[in-house]
Design a protein around this ligand. Sequence first.
Ligand SMILES: Nc1ncnc2c1ncn2[C@@H]1O[C@H](COP(=O)(O)OP(=O)(O)OP(=O)(O)O)[C@@H](O)[C@H]1O
Ligand SMILES: [Mg+2]
Length: 252
Amino acid sequence: MSEPILTTVRLGKQFGALRAVFGVSLEFEPGVVHAIIGPNGAGKTTLINLLSGNLPPSDGSIHYRGQDITGLSPDRISQLGVGRSFQKTNIFPTFTCFENCWLAAQSRRPSSMRFFRPARRLVDVEARALNALETCGLGERRDTVAAEMSYGEQRQLEIGMMLATEPDLLLLDEPLAGMGSEEATQVIGLLRRLAEEHTLILIEHDMDAVFAIADLITVMVNGEVLKTGSVEQIRNSAEVQQAYLGVEEDEA
Ligand SMILES: Nc1ncnc2c1ncn2[C@@H]1O[C@H](COP(=O)(O)OP(=O)(O)OP(=O)(O)O)[C@@H](O)[C@H]1O
Ligand SMILES: [Mg+2]
């Protein structure tokens, strides 16, 4: 077994009296696509926000490649190689695809370097932005203003912006949300390609996509981990069907 790339130890987040995330101890293996599923309000986005540094935890700790990263800022965590996408699109709508990726690419550098602008660094940033655009499938859209693209393409651009920071570990919060089936198929293909060279932590409500992409699945309910297992184990678990899939049927 390889060393986990990311570990959480009894991680918790409280909003007033609400325990949005509670006692979450998980290990994420390098190279693995680890999906996190659960009903609305289960604490999935909150967990991602803790991992990315967008929220400080109330309890517990987070370790990335053996380093305690608990409480570090989002910038610092991004610079260590953890990229994230947001459940709601986070692009700059009036900028072109290239400009959006360029901004993301340059954010990877420590802020103390921002005032030095050696030509080589700018070339690096440009190259990373273009590479990210190609990888996310928007190479031909480099000069298109983001707001003029379809919703699906905007979500693709968001993945491109994450790639421009050259992360090793990708935190993806519902990358397929709101997409038509053609767009979703395209993004599923992109995620599969990314999985060849990255570790993925994927929150997704689309179960067909999760079952198609994930190696491991963790089910969260009410802020807690109910179960972690393979696709088969989760698919066949009566406990999971009752706690999660059953809930979805009731809501439908
Ligand atoms: N900033 C906040 N302040 C107060 N409560 C919050 C905050 N963020 C989330 N919550 C609450 O924490 C709980 C978990 O929310 P979270 O967004 O993590 O769920 P989720 O599993 O991502 O749900 P969904 O599938 O709907 O995206 C919910 O009850 C939510 O209302
Ligand atoms: Mg969410």
